[in-house]
Design a protein around this ligand. Sequence first.
Ligand code: TRP
Length: 442
Amino acid sequence: MKKEREQWGSRWGFILAAMGSAVGLGNIWRFSYAMGAGGGSTFLIIYLLSVLIIGFPVMLIEFAIGRRAQTDAIDAFKKLAPKSFWVVAGGMGVLAAFIILSFYGVIGGWSLKYIFTYITGGVSGDTETYFNGFVGSTIEPIGWQFLFMGITIAIVMLGVQKGIEASSKWMMPILSILLILLAIYSLTLGGASEAMTFMFHPDWSAFSDPSVYFAAVGQAFFTLSLGMGIMLTYGSYLSPKEKLPSSAVYIIILDTLFAVIAGLVVFPALFAFDIDPTQGPGLVFVVLPTIFQNISGLGAIVGVAFFILLALAALSSAISLLEVTVSYLIRRLGVSRKFATIGIGFVIFLVGVPSSLSNGAVTIKVFGDPFLDFMDKFSGNLLLPLGGLIITLYGTWSWKSNELLEYADLQDAFYAPALLFFAKFVAPIAILIILIFGMLNW
Ligand code: TRP
């Protein structure tokens, strides 16, 4: 007899779990370095438009496919569209999860290192020198990466995700309050007006640069956990009584607010202390300690709190990434959960080692970028949008419009015709053009 599938206890349980996956290093670490490198306001505008025009329809379609298939991404396409081209979307999702987690573990490790740094007093002296000294050493960052992956593996293996999900309930509100307080503080440091110009004053000439579109669309997919079927899987667990569009709206608004507020923390301080916005993945690890140094007396405590929350947010995303590859292996090879989790978790750790080394210890460049930046761009800016494109085309062209409207709870929505138009034409064409120009430009 078939076991009845579990469902989320409540709609808020579902929204929290989806937010746990969405809110992570992407909102703070990746958003600020991508926005710094992408010229600020131009990047921000294109990113916000991508969230609205591409992110919202893609998220709804992922939810709707999950709700119809009642299973995860790999099985969903096999079940709904057996032996067809669409099945590749599932396989690409597993590949994307594998690659993302390889470098996600490295940055998660950096967050753990900084918790330890702040427990033992914080960063004294130049924060950039401190950061470069740490990431430029060979063994130490790999050790922290190993620890972060070890914790992720232990949680997925023991199946204690529930604990992490429960902790999101208090963790996310605290993280958001801390971020807002830090933003207010950062705005008083003397760089506010420069930061406002950088973040919100559009530089129209920069809109002709295809690499900004490539980065901004990729960021939208990465931060919303879209394009690899994770949201599809979450959608399969939501009770049919609950409405999908409003759930998607909550997740998108909260995720976007986290990123914009993180920007308001990073950029005013960056201009106040003359830090280079285009320096890449180390940006928040240089800017935040500079802020904490200025909070006299309380800096170390705020630092500990901040990096603990960042590491927890990273952990809840890392768990959902590892779960994708683990459940694939269990099904594909019939191995035990324990074996699959330790085995693939260790392989992902090993694949992440060159990313860790590429920040100064060893020169490993691919297409002119350090290995970590390359893996990040390849998975976030290329694989996820491509996966999103296939998922969207499946939901809009292989399904009938009224099927999509029904499964996405859009029958009564006044904006349904506009949404269908965007999902069917605008989003796929935009993704395609941006991917082509982004690749040519790379
Ligand atoms: N959204 C996560 C973040 O912002 C990272 C991420 C991307 C992710 N794709 C995912 C997490 C898929 C879980 C599943 O940090």
